[in-house]
Design a protein around this ligand. Structure first.
Ligand SMILES: C[S@@+](CC[C@H](N)C(=O)[O-])C[C@H]1O[C@@H](n2cnc3c(N)ncnc32)[C@H](O)[C@@H]1O
Length: 207
């Protein structure tokens, strides 16, 4: 078990939401949901002490980018130290909701993958919906939003996405749902018009 992880959990139990990092088996299973055969832009929400980030950085190509958004300053210091020699990785000590600004600031149009380990289930509903909308908008057409969570409650809120596939993964303490939400605007070869925010809000309310 990571001593830093446990210490940060004791300091901020609701934000960290777990007493230990993801298992190696979970990390590998999640990484297999991504295709690393091409250069990728990947954002990670809540990397903690970086167990998924290290695996992604190990697999991604030299011209890929990984943006890490971590609220906890101690984790951020540690992540900056770990990735100090890797120009592909950028550590942001801030809320995941800063993703659009960070992409704009770096001149990056979209992400191919967004991975999240943040405790969505305890986020206030307005923040949860706002973050889901930002996540959707930040993804390229064909991109995926991948989450690993103790509950699968986010599925009922993530109605923007065109497809969701979940599995219940037992080789982690505690077991986790891994869900891949896909963004694709193409149906039967035709471009699907994006739903407007008002429409989306209505969908959220009825979810
Ligand atoms: C359950 S831990 C997961 C850590 C790591 N990804 C793992 O799998 O071991 C959740 C992490 O999300 C971070 N976090 C929580 N809310 C966040 C937010 N809104 N933006 C960025 N990070 C957040 C916490 O500080 C914590 O490090």
């Amino acid at each position: 078990m990571s001593a830093l992880f446990f210490k940060r959990f004791l300091q901020r139990p609701f934000q960290i939401a777990s007493i230990m990092p993801s298992s190696k088996a979970l990390v590998k299973r999640v990484a297999r949901k991504m295709d690393f055969s091409q250069p990728r832009v990947i954002a990670e929400y809540g990397p903690g002490e970086g167990v998924h980030s290290r695996e992604i950085a190990r697999r991604m190509s030299a011209d890929s980018k990984l943006l890490l958004f971590e609220l906890d300053p101690a984790f951020c210091r540690d992540l900056k130290r770990q990735f100090a020699g890797d120009p592909r990785v950028h550590v942001v000590n801030g809320d995941a909701a800063r993703l659009p600004e960070e992409l704009e600031h770096r001149g990056i149009p979209h992400c191919d993958y967004i991975l999240s380990g943040i405790p969505f289930s305890i986020l206030e509903i307005k923040k949860k919906r706002a973050l889901l909308e930002k996540t959707y908008e930040a993804l390229a057409d064909g991109g995926s939003f991948i989450i690993y969570q103790v509950t699968n409650e986010l599925r009922q809120h993530a109605t923007l996405f065109h497809r969701a596939d979940s599995e219940y993964f037992l080789q982690n303490i505690p077991p986790m749902f891994i869900t891949v939400f896909q963004k694709t605007n193409r149906l039967n070869g035709h471009r699907r018009p994006l739903r407007r925010t008002a429409e989306l809000s209505t969908n959220h309310r009825s979810a």
